[in-house]
Design a protein around this ligand. Structure first.
Ligand code: AKG
Length: 261
């Protein structure tokens, strides 16, 4: 299937659907990285007040919906490029932003973000096992610093996004609070031995489905920031015939595991 192909190559589109994630070396250029870094720091240091700032699981700084408090996160080149990516993946004329956040791991930040699937957060305290999230929603994780395993880049297990949610538990934080941190109940189920780390230059991004197992490590460096800007886009108007093509192609690739759109 060839739809938009404004940002991604056909090979990248195919890889995304096969693996459930994709690393994009350059989503935005250095000027936009700089603008977003400045905005990011203004929120983290309190120059711009953000009532939705909290410690995820009591351990890692998270700012929910930064687009509400800073115009740089409401309109920027990453969102525009993200919408192009959605066109490439789904052939949709438009993609809605349904969520955005910042997760900050400064130098020396000691905590991992444990293995999880984003769909596990859909219910409080955790989504029941077997839940199948529509794959028409994509999470974008934009690196505003150069990232690798040492400062907490994203790591994924490929090819698992056609399974439903696994059992998750509250790793830390109040189980009834939306700021709780979730983790696979049995980490072996995530198959961390198959993890693919995604080092990126600043301005690069990863994209993944809500069912793709992923983690980030602590920032073990003494002098490197790790500022992640994250948003979710959902394909708003996938034409029926294309959705059908897309489902059929998915079914052919994954016999017996067709997902619910
Ligand atoms: O940025 C991080 O450290 C973790 C991000 C993540 O796992 C997520 O957004 O689901």
């Amino acid at each position: 299937m060839r739809y938009g192909l404004g940002v991604l190559t056909q090979e990248q589109v195919d890889r995304y659907w096969a693996d459930g994630f994709l690393a994009i070396e350059r989503l935005i250029g250095p000027d936009e990285v700089e603008r977003l870094r400045t905005a990011y720091d203004e929120i983290i240091d309190g120059t711009v007040a953000s009532p939705t700032q909290r410690m995820l699981g009591g351990i890692t700084r998270q700012v929910m919906v930064p687009s509400m408090v800073h115009p740089a996160f409401d309109h920027n080149a990453a969102l525009e490029a993200g919408r192009e990516v959605m066109r490439d993946l789904f052939g949709c004329a438009h993609a809605n932003r349904v969520f955005d956040m910042l997760i900050d791991k400064p130098a020396g930040h000691p905590h991992e973000t444990p293995w999880h699937q984003d769909a596990s957060y859909m219910q409080v305290p955790t989504t029941p096992p077997g839940f199948r999230m529509p794959l028409t929603q994509v999470q974008f994780w934009i690196a505003l610093d150069d990232v690798d395993v040492d400062n907490g880049c994203m790591q994924f297990v490929p090819g698992r996004h056609h399974e439903g949610t696994a059992a998750h538990v509250v790793a830390s934080g109040d189980p009834d609070d939306s700021g709780r941190l979730l983790a696979y109940a049995d980490v072996a189920e995530a198959q961390p031995e198959l993890a693919v780390a995604c080092p990126l230059p600043a301005g690069g991004a990863t994209i993944h489905t809500a069912l793709t197992p992923h983690t980030t490590g602590p920032n073990t460096t003494t002098d490197r920031a790790r500022r992640a800007y994250i948003f979710n886009l959902t394909a708003a108007d996938v034409p029926d015939d294309r959705l059908q093509d897309f489902l059929r192609a998915d079914y052919v690739r994954n016999p017996g595991k067709i997902r619910v759109p």
